[in-house]
Design a protein around this ligand. Structure first.
Ligand code: SF4
Ligand code: SF4
Length: 382
């Protein structure tokens, strides 16, 4: 990989490595990698200052156009407010003059209040709230450490965000195999008036997936059909990205969800360790991976690690079994974490292949039937 052609660096920044929830599907806490136990609960001011310095050096050296910083946890709002305010100020004041900087935060919403919202508005931080649907759906996986529901607190936080944030929040939901997509879509739209949504496939791979892949495709089809009939304009990120891909924009659908093909994603731990996309921690591929320390290495040096190069190679190289699939150049075999299996590494179609194939076909047929010129959507795809 030639990282010299990068336009965008995405940084998943673990400002906290603890959480007030204990979601059973959490790739960070409950997928077998306990490295968080040896990391600081909260990132220190010194680590943030060092990261900012490293990012400045890197963006100048690589002539980056854009840096996207995603404030993650654990639950990032476990950070004291004054400290998060300082972190955002440090990042903005140092990087705004150098690159096009965007900042997001992904929260379970339970601790959101007006002070937090003021901080997000002040620093132009786009907020994503994690919520899987109505109470029964959300309670299926998103409980606290004592088994209590998080639904009411999250919905209250989401409502505050909707009322007071300058930029409307997005809701991020993980799909359950037996979840009712229609009920969930209607709950988000009618009950909660959400207009920006995303649905994620669970972080499973060939070593631990035993479900019905088609059910996930049916879920996405139902969401697409409801979205198509919705009288208001609703953004569903996964679907919007698919539509962009079939019109030839961007890279593979699962290339970190970023529209810029020349981008790289790094994860920075609360101790200032750097590694690749850490959703991989839910696979055996990640076993024993040692984060590289920002104190002793620049970002330019760290991304020369074999794991970064291998991972970027796999992301850009569809599995051999996908060579005859008409969706290959759109799907790219799916998200790397879903492609992994201990026997063949990443050389597998995603575990959700059957469902995605069904979903892709449904959407393109819908477009064709509704008058989209076939040459535009790719006649060979259907
Ligand atoms: S809220 Fe997020 S970080 Fe916390 S346990 Fe749930 S999925 Fe993991
Ligand atoms: S739909 Fe399935 S076979 Fe086709 S590219 Fe995607 S993972 Fe491969």
């Amino acid at each position: 990989m030639n990282f010299r052609e990068l336009n965008t660096l995405e940084v998943i920044l673990k400002i906290t490595e603890r959480c007030n929830l204990n979601c059973d599907y959490c790739y960070f806490f409950n997928a077998g990698d306990d490295s968080y136990k040896g990391h600081s609960a909260l990132i220190s001011n010194d680590t943030v200052a060092l990261l900012v310095q490293r990012l400045k050096e890197f963006s100048e050296e690589y002539e980056l156009q854009r840096i996207a910083i995603h404030l993650h946890g654990g639950e990032p709002l476990l950070m004291p407010k004054a400290r998060l305010d300082r972190i955002c100020r440090e990042i903005r004041s140092n990087l705004d003059p150098v690159v096009d900087l965007s900042m997001t935060i992904q929260t379970n919403g339970m601790l959101v209040d007006l002070d937090w919202i003021e901080t997000f508005n002040r620093h132009r931080v786009q907020v994503g709230v994690s919520l899987d649907g109505a109470k029964a759906h959300n309670d299926a996986h998103r409980l606290d450490h004592n088994g209590r529901s998080s639904y009411q607190a999250t919905v209250r936080g989401l409502a505050l965000c909707q009322e007071h944030l300058n930029q409307p929040p997005a809701v991020l939901a993980v799909i359950g195999e037996d979840f009712d997509a229609g009920e969930i879509y209607d709950h988000f739209r009618r009950d909660l008036d959400v207009r920006q949504l995303d649905f994620l496939l669970p972080d499973l791979n060939h070593d631990n997936f035993s479900g019905n892949a088609e059910a996930y495709g049916d879920f996405l089809i139902e969401v697409f059909d409801r979205m198509a009939k919705d009288e208001e304009s609703v953004g569903v990120r996964f679907i919007d990205h698919f539509l962009a891909r079939i019109y030839g924009q961007g890279n593979f659908l699962f290339g970190d969800g970023n529209d810029d093909p020349d981008h790289l994603l790094i994860t920075v731990s609360s101790d200032g360790g750097v590694g690749p996309d850490d959703t991989l921690r839910s696979t055996k591929y990640w076993n024993g991976y040692d984060y590289r320390d920002l104190k002793s290495s620049s970002i330019g040096e760290i991304i020369q690690d074999t794991l970064f190069h291998e991972f970027e190679h796999y992301k850009k190289t569809p599995a051999s079994a996908c060579s005859d699939c008409c969706w290959r150049d759109v799907c790219g075999s799916g998200q790397p974490v879903h492609r992994y299996g201990s026997s063949k590494g990443f050389d597998n179609p995603t575990v959700y292949c059957e469902g995605l194939d069904k979903f892709y076909t449904h959407v393109v047929r819908h477009l064709a039937l509704h008058g989209e010129p076939l040459e535009k959507v790719g006649a060979d795809l259907i």
